[in-house]
Design a binder for this molecule. Structure first.
Ligand code: SF4
Length: 229
């Protein structure tokens, strides 16, 4: 990729954000939930698992376990069985139970609203905390960096960083804070519907003229991005 000035990159990103907004006006978190607690549990379950599978599991789970105390007091084997099909179920069940015990002991059973408090809970890293803060409370504390966000950020030439933590820092410096949560949704939706990991559909991509397609090997004649600004 030829060198792009910071100014040109900012201008290109602005156009990308506008195009994604037009393309996905209804973008939202695809994990079914009706409360911060349900979103927290669903996000813990979503590690190494599809949202679709998580939503199938939580359909029954959320009817049975309605409060943090319900998870905290459940027999561990019973909880493991209930979430078994999401994978890594032993770890996840233990994290959910330990997390909910802390919610009961330290937060009166409520999900806290700060990054620091959330990341002190078992099974909750920055990514999960960002999902909960952004979608349950409307707080833009950071950018969710999952596999889609990382892949698209590279292809779009927004970052060269490798770790989610460093990618997030770079994206936070580029994207206006009020759009952090939406930006993650837009990239996740685009990654699921167009910019697939193995065969991105560049030909029909709504932002192809703004994308340098870093690391994408297949040549498409429709590519016409200028990244010199
Ligand atoms: S042009 Fe291709 S690589 Fe770039 S965002 Fe679109 S689908 Fe992904």
């Amino acid at each position: 990729m030829p060198r792009e000035s910071a100014q040109a990159k900012a201008a290109r990103l602005k156009k990308i954000l506008a195009a994604l907004d037009r393309t996905y006006p209804e973008a939202h978190c695809e994990l079914d939930h009706r409360s911060p607690l349900e979103l927290l549990i669903a996000t813990i379950l979503s590690a190494q698992c599809t949202d679709k599978r998580v939503n199938i599991v939580t359909w029954d789970l959320f009817k049975k376990y309605r409060s943090a105390a319900d998870y905290a007091n459940a027999p561990l084997a019973e909880l493991e069985q209930a979430i078994r099909t999401t994978g890594f179920f032993r770890n996840k069940a233990k994290n959910i139970q330990d997390c909910c015990r802390k919610l009961v002991e330290r937060h009166r059973g409520q999900v806290p609203r700060t990054m620091e408090e959330l990341t002190h809970l078992d099974g909750v890293g920055r990514k999960t905390a960002n999902v909960v803060l952004g979608n349950a409370f409307g707080i833009n504390a950071g950018v969710v960096v999952d596999t889609h966000v990382a892949r698209l950020s590279h292809r779009l030439g927004l970052t060269k960083q490798k770790t989610p933590e460093k990618i997030e820092l770079e994206l936070m410096a580029l994207v206006p804070q009020k759009q952090w949560t939406l930006f993650s949704h837009w990239l996740i939706w685009h990654g699921r519907r167009r910019c697939f990991a193995r065969k991105p559909d560049c030909e029909h991509c709504e932002i192809r003229k703004l994308c340098p397609r870093i690391g994408v090997k297949v040549f498409h004649p429709c590519r016409s991005v200028s990244i010199r600004g």
